[in-house]
Design a protein around this ligand. Structure first.
Ligand code: NAG
Ligand code: NAG
Length: 325
């Protein structure tokens, strides 16, 4: 009953196509998984997680994507989803990496935090939060000419977002694979193999918010040791007690990160990163509040990192609550 009308995206797992349900003429997204054991397993785990979290939220209060159906087509697991718009990453890219405004970030962060907190309350960790996995419900926009920047700018008509891709979501009681997350959004405890839990999602969300604020990825690297050096440049030294515990001994020298600031990699890190507060484009109290929140989300020690419940109550969101009343 489903007719494929176009391709929406492709990945290692397979592809996502746009479909038409001929019974009611509604468009949907269909994720078609490759007929390979590893991907089929991840897809079945995604189906389980989606069935569970969708049924726990019948009133649709939380911004997690809705699964409409699923089936096995000759070994290809196919998952039918509600059709959404562009990912926040694709929108940034198509808009020339123009950052989102503080007001937009506040509104999007509130929805994302509540959705991921809902997962956390239900003993799940998403593990792969990144701008590619945050989709606008409707990415239609108006075009305005920005005379200061001398270019056209896209302004979204709606800021509703949804969290997608539950293929790597992990329950507390399940085996926690040592490597999780896409590199740029990977928490320090994952890189150092110190064990991880819901707090690793909080770190990823901190990286996502700053990417929304800058238009660019904060930790632009392909190497784990360089990644840790970038973190030190932005957030200060990694606490010795974490470096003492890691079994990744090649990252450590005398309880410090084994890093030469004067090497060519060292110069690259100094040039491409700077202390967190220096990324502020504006020193108003509202920008200060965002950076206070970011600092707490990017706490190295996962046991001291702010939880999403606390983050939702952070003063950065006060303006939203005032508007709602
Ligand atoms: C397609 O439309 C029919 C008729 O309204 C409906 O029963 C069915 O659930 C729809 N399929 C999906 C996946 O939404
Ligand atoms: C997420 O799951 C996919 C299988 O769909 C797997 O190939 C990938 O390595 C996982 N990602 C991480 C970071 O473990």
């Amino acid at each position: 009953p489903y007719e494929i009308v176009g391709t929406l995206g492709e990945g290692a797992f397979g592809k996502v196509v746009e479909c038409l349900n001929h019974s009611n003429n509604e468009k949907m997204a269909l994720k078609i998984i490759k007929n390979i054991e590893r991907y089929r397993e991840a897809a079945m785990s995604e189906v389980d997680v989606l069935e569970r979290i969708n049924s726990l939220d019948e009133e649709k209060r939380f911004a997690c994507v809705r699964m409409l159906d699923w089936f096995d087509h000759h070994g290809h697991i196919c998952i039918v989803f509600e059709l959404l718009g562009l990912s926040t990453y694709d929108f940034l890219k198509e808009n020339g990496f123009m950052p989102f405004s503080l007001t937009q970030i506040r509104c999007m962060a509130d929805q994302i935090f509540r959705a991921v907190h809902f997962l956390h309350r239900n003993k799940l960790t998403h593990t792969d939060l990144k701008p590619e996995n945050i989709l606008f419900v409707d990415s239609n926009y108006n075009i305005k000419y920005n005379s200061k920047m001398k270019r056209d700018e896209r302004t979204l008509k709606r800021l509703d977002v949804k969290v997608v891709d539950f293929g790597n979501a992990t329950y507390d009681h399940e085996h926690h694979t040592s490597l999780v997350s896409t590199r740029h959004y990977r928490a320090p405890e994952v890189i150092l193999e110190l064990g991880w839990n819901q707090a690793c999602d909080v770190w990823s969300l901190g990286c996502i918010l700053i990417e929304f604020y800058l238009g660019l990825t904060l930790f632009q690297t392909h190497d784990s040791k360089e990644h840790l050096a970038m973190m030190e440049r932005v957030l200060g030294p990694i606490p010795a007690h974490l470096l003492q515990k890691t079994r990744k001994r090649r990252y450590v020298h005398h309880d410090k990160l084994d890093w030469d600031e004067h090497s060519s990699a060292g110069r690259y890190v100094r040039k491409h990163c700077k202390p967190l507060k220096q990324y502020m484009s504006c020193k108003t109290p509202e920008h200060e509040l965002l950076f206070d929140l970011l600092q707490k989300m990017m706490e190295y020690d996962s046991s001291k990192r702010i939880t999403l419940e606390q983050a939702i109550g952070h003063p950065f969101f006060n303006l939203l609550r005032k508007e709602r009343k």
